[in-house]
Design a binder for this molecule. Structure first.
Ligand code: COA
Ligand code: ZN
Length: 312
């Protein structure tokens, strides 16, 4: 099957990337990091979460960060924020947000530990939030985490993933993002999940994938998604992050690794590899750790000259 000619890269570094890091980074550094992401050409940057600061202290500055972002012209960049409940929605509105993501999972055990609710309870909590966002004309995304496996209960049935995705679709979201929260998935699972979602009535245009590279399978899974016709993939510059309530969730797919792959496949995305590596270096430095991603270390590769592509 022909691969999509272009895809959206949905950057989750400032949110998913930073929420699991031990070293707190200042609001000023987060703003500089987001500025570098914009300079790299990223147009969808998940900026922060309006969750309980007790649950995720790393993002306790969400109100201040978001107000600073929305005070400057967006130039077409969207900053979705995670919202778990009405309280979070009030804060997101006050801070000037105009796009959100709600988040549940395909495993009750995981949602219980992550947000203190069953899947059913989470859907009931999101319903008024998504309705308010729709009334305000916001872009709306919903995550189905642990779709490829749960850190607490293991195997997850595809039927459960489909059931949760359809119920989120019924709430009225624009995009459903299927997450391999602990990086256990392989390409065959991607094909099986995409096929099940599409045969249940979801459109390919409304499905995104969120892979973790915990076991080195993220890019293989992206290729499987591309073969299925999926045209939106999440990534985190530097490969930072993961969910603190998911043991072993380290290692989001690194944006620079994704960009390198897409460039090589000739698939458009509008993002500059050297500038992504620059942003990744900045966040690694702010976090006080080495840049661990493969392309972050090796650089890209210019086929015309044989030279490595790295930031100036
Ligand atoms: N923003 C700020 N504070 C919030 C809040 C929000 N959106 N929602 C709840 N709180 C506060 C409450 O006021 C309460 O504070 P208090 O202890 O000082 O009274 C505390 O958080 C607990 O609230 P409660 O309503 O009892 O909820 P809970 O303890 O069951 O927590 C969530 C539910 C969803 C708020 C919490 O689990 C959460 O924020 N989880 C986010 C997890 C996450 O982001 N994971 C990573 C993404 S995959
Ligand atoms: Zn992630």
């Amino acid at each position: 099957m022909a691969l999509p000619q272009s895809v959206r890269i949905y950057e989750v570094g400032p949110r998913d990337g930073l929420q699991n890091e031990a070293t707190p980074i200042s609001t000023q550094d987060k703003l500089r990091y987001i500025e570098l992401l914009r300079e790299a050409g990223l147009k969808e940057i998940e900026a922060t979460s309006f969750v309980s600061p007790k649950a995720i202290p790393q993002l306790a500055d969400a109100d201040e960060l978001m107000r600073a972002l929305t005070a400057t012209p967006s130039d077409g960049v969207v900053y979705p924020v995670l919202v778990p409940n009405e309280r979070g929605m009030d804060r997101a509105i006050a801070a000037g947000a105009n796009a959100l993501a709600v988040f549940t999972a395909a495993s009750d055990e995981f949602t219980q530990r992550n947000i203190g609710m069953t899947i059913d309870e989470s859907l009931a909590a999101f319903a008024p939030v998504v309705t308010r966002a729709a009334d305000l004309g916001w872009w709306r995304r919903a995550y189905v985490s642990t779709a490829f496996g749960c850190p607490f209960t293991g195997h997850v049935d595809i039927a459960k993933v489909v059931d949760v995705a359809l119920r989120l679709d019924d709430l009225g979201v624009d995009e459903i993002c299927i997450g391999d929260t602990i990086g256990v998935g392989v390409p065959g699972q991607v094909h099986a999940i995409t096929a099940a979602l599409v045969s249940a009535g979801l459109s390919l245009d409304n499905i995104a994938y969120h892979f973790h590279d915990t076991r080195g399978t993220a890019l293989a899974n992206v290729v499987a998604g591309l073969e299925d016709g999926i045209a939106c993939f999440d990534a985190s510059t530097g490969g930072t992050g993961g969910c603190p309530y998911a043991p072993g969730a380290a290692g989001n797919l690194a944006t620079e690794d994704l960009v390198y792959l897409l460039d090589g496949l000739g698939i458009g995305h509008g993002v500059d590899l050297a500038k992504v590596i620059k942003a990744a270096r900045f966040s690694a430095q702010a976090l006080g750790k080495p840049l661990a991603s493969k392309v972050g270390q090796a650089g890209g590769w210019d086929a015309a000259t044989g030279q490595r592509i790295l930031p100036a």
